[in-house]
Design a protein around this ligand. Structure first.
Ligand code: ATR
Length: 293
């Protein structure tokens, strides 16, 4: 795959894509899309662009003017990206944020594939269809907001959000009430409840902070899923493991699955993801266990 943004006029043009964020240096998206392109025989250029916190709009405008075809958007620009799109799709409107833009001439279509990526990863790589399950999301920020519509669409028996600041969970409940039902409250309201899937969407991420979760929160054979990923187990995965949970997953598969949605939208070809996740795990290993018998 030859990536050459500075091509000469006689070089056949290659469709350009990028991920934009701040910071962006450690993004795995260029590697993921390069692997997708290689595997599907697509000729495309995908780069990482760092934008200053106040410069997303001009970065997007420049990219569009240069003929860019699509953009992934990461922190802290997802909300702004949704607002700048001419055609925000329902997934972006519901989340109030976009992580994928498709540029069609002067029109910019916005999508949010984070939730779909999460649900697909849980179903396909962790053997857990969410239909009929009790699902809990910890945290009530942008990550939770992006994930809830796809989680609800998967048909869980119960979908709950718990947050350190209970009011923010209640605000999300109100926001989504016209579309689907969500149980909401503080961590203390979880006492006596148990869940089949517990997803950490707080920003505690890789910082070694323990969440104040009650005993018995994880049902037998529960899956503990952390939206972040790193080397080995994340602090949340370790916390779940200490509570007796055997099925642990980090968010690398979610990243790859949302990228696959973007790639499919842009190129009209759906890439295989399992090999890409395995290949990325060569440098970023996760302890994911098989589904229950
Ligand atoms: P993001 O866009 O990554 O979701 P965010 O919108 O800033 O980030 O939201 C951060 C989430 O992590 C919030 O739900 C926050 O809880 P509060 O609303 O109570 O602030 C949660 N969070 C951050 N640090 C936390 C901690 N130490 N313990 C529990 N929750 C925490």
């Amino acid at each position: 795959m030859v990536d050459n943004p500075g091509m000469s006029s006689c070089t056949p043009s290659i469709d350009r894509y990028a991920v934009v964020g701040h910071p962006i240096a450690h993004s795995k998206s260029p590697t993921i899309h390069r692997l997708f392109a290689q595997a599907t025989g697509q000729r495309m250029d995908y780069s990482a662009i760092e934008a200053a916190p106040n410069a997303f709009a001009e970065t997007l405008a420049r990219f569009v003017a240069q003929g860019g075809k699509g953009m992934n958007v990461t922190l802290p620009f997802k909300v702004e990206a949704c607002g700048l799109a001419t055609d925000p799709m329902p997934s972006a409107v519901l989340a109030g944020a976009a992580n994928c833009l498709a540029i069609r001439g002067e029109r910019i279509e916005a999508h949010n594939f984070d939730g779909t990526g999460l649900v697909t990863d849980i179903a396909q790589h962790h053997g857990t269809a969410l239909g009929g399950r009790r699902v809990l999301v910890l945290g009530a920020g942008g990550a939770t907001r992006g994930a809830l519509p796809a989680l609800a669409a998967a048909g869980p028996a119960v979908l709950a959000v718990a947050n350190r600041t209970a009011q923010k969970a209640l605000d999300l409940q109100t926001h989504f009430a016209p579309h689907f039902a969500v149980q909401a409250g503080g961590f203390e309201d979880l006492a006596g409840e148990s869940f089949d899937v517990v997803i950490n969407a707080t920003s505690t991420g890789l910082s070694d902070q323990t969440l104040a979760l009650p005993l018995g929160l994880f049902a037998p054979n529960a899956l503990a899923y952390d939206m972040v990923y790193g080397q080995g187990l994340t602090p949340f995965m370790r916390q779940a493991q200490a509570a007796g949970v055997c099925r642990l997953a980090d968010g690398l598969g979610m990243l790859v699955e949302q990228a696959a949605e973007a790639f499919t939208l842009w190129r009209g070809v759906r890439p295989q993801t399992a090999n890409v996740i395995r290949s990325l795990r060569g440098v970023s290993i996760c302890a994911s266990s098989p589904p229950p018998p």
